[in-house]
Design a protein around this ligand. Structure first.
Ligand SMILES: Cc1ncc(COP(=O)(O)O)c(C=O)c1O
Length: 401
């Protein structure tokens, strides 16, 4: 039976839902390659089943039909649209000259590690965390040191004592912070961010904050950028990465921002990036980003309603049918992190998810060895898909008993 949707959610879904089969979609057409099966309902990979806002599509079409794709620079209007959006949505004032372009935030993470650390050096993260953080460190011959997050009565928390300890013992030069946090769904409060920045400052650590999910304020606190709480001294050791790619579903357009407020650090980055990467983002990605920031706000607010609805629905179906599944609070991102450990052992998780529930998910073990009984579900999709996934989990739990 189809899930009953509130009016705003129903309208958004009707107007924007797309069938992605046969479009070289990694999430839909890449199932065989990743999971060795094609009959799985895909809720992995963080992109959406929704077409980008009409204004974004119009801006891209307008440019594409000129037939001119020669060397282009980034117009001032791009930086102005980014600054307006950050001011309007998040109360953060940025300056255009802080901004450098990148062809992707993962690409930028690799560059941060290479730029700021030497081979063999430790780099700090807080696991569980988006696995390309660890790949960027380990693929380049650096060492991951983790101050693990803790999941207690009040949800996922930073263990500040552990962070202090990890920085004091290992002396990393770099801490990569995920804010809002993928996969645990936390929006760090201003106070939590201040504490992280001050511990980093005390141990002389540069903070790179990956804020790609900044716009997804789903529940709980409003998003606070590290740029909004850093003291002038901490600003000298801060880099923020963000993009419109999650917000408006633009991942394949390969555009993101590297924000470096401090002039010395920025000059050093410029010297480094000149050597390894002379590409400054992508023209079409910038056109789409600017159009989204200027005209996509209403579309995005309705998208947030869909994510909230999907999260509440998932939690309700699970609470009813599989009450011991632990569902992390979803404050930021559109990714729900669940612990199935009460029903399934770590070594049986893949069998449970793929052979019993017939789902494709991001596995908890990808984010940390300690979350091997967890899975991450993508909620930026059709509510009927979320409903089906929740019901399949419940049915698989019942038959596993
Ligand atoms: C925290 C985080 N950073 C970066 C990315 C990917 O960014 P990009 O596609 O620009 O490489 C994702 C995508 O899921 C993410 O969750």
């Amino acid at each position: 039976m189809a899930v009953q949707l509130p009016e705003t959610v129903r309208t958004f879904v009707e107007e924007n839902l797309v069938d992605r089969h046969g479009t070289n979609s990694e999430k839909w057409d890449g199932l065989q390659a990743e999971f060795g099966a094609t009959d799985l309902l895909p809720l992995w990979i963080a992109d959406m089943e929704f077409a980008a806002p009409q204004a974004v599509r119009d801006a891209l079409v307008a440019r594409v039909t000129t037939g001119v794709y020669g060397y282009s620079f980034t117009p001032d209007s791009y930086y102005a649209a980014l600054a307006d959006w950050m001011q309007r949505r998040h109360g953060v004032t940025i300056q255009s000259d802080w901004v450098r372009l990148t062809t992707g935030i993962v690409k930028a993470l690799y560059m941060m590690v290479d730029w700021l650390t030497a081979p063999g050096a430790p780099v700090a993260v807080m696991e569980p965390v988006y696995y390309p953080f660890m790949h960027a460190i380990e693929d380049q011959g650096r060492k991951v040191v983790s101050a693990n997050l803790q999941w207690g009565e009040s949800g996922w928390q930073i263990d500040f004592d552990e962070l202090e300890q990890v920085l004091a013992v290992n002396h990393p030069r770099l801490l990569i912070l995920c804010s809002p946090h993928n996969p645990v769904g936390r929006i760090w409060t201003a106070d939590e961010l201040r504490r992280v920045l001050s511990i980093a400052e005390k141990h002389d650590v540069i903070v790179v904050a990956d804020e790609i999910h900044q716009d997804f304020e789903v529940g709980g606190p409003r998003f606070t950028s590290a740029l909004a709480v850093a003291t002038p001294t901490q600003m000298r050791h801060l880099v923020v990465l963000n993009a419109a790619s999650k917000t408006f579903n633009l991942a394949a357009l390969n555009n993101g921002n590297v924000l470096i407020p401090d002039a010395h650090l920025r000059a050093d980055y410029d010297q480094y990036s000149q050597r390894v990467d002379n590409v400054a983002g992508t023209m079409l990605g910038q056109i789409a980003t600017e159009a989204g920031y200027r005209h996509g706000e209403e579309w995005f607010d309705h998208l947030l309603d869909v994510v909230r609805f999907n999260y509440d629905h998932l939690r309700d179906v699970l609470a009813d049918g599989a009450p011991q599944v632990k569902v992390a609070d979803l404050q930021g991102t559109y990714l729900s992190f669940l612990d199935l450990g009460a029903y399934v052992d770590a070594q049986d998780i893949r069998d449970f998810v793929q052979n019993q529930a017939h789902l494709a998910v991001d596995y908890g073990e990808w984010f940390a060895p300690t979350t091997a009984t967890c899975i991450r579900l993508n909620l930026a999709t059709d509510p009927q898909i979320v409903d089906e996934a929740a019901r399949r989990i419940v049915a698989a739990v019942r038959s596993a008993k």
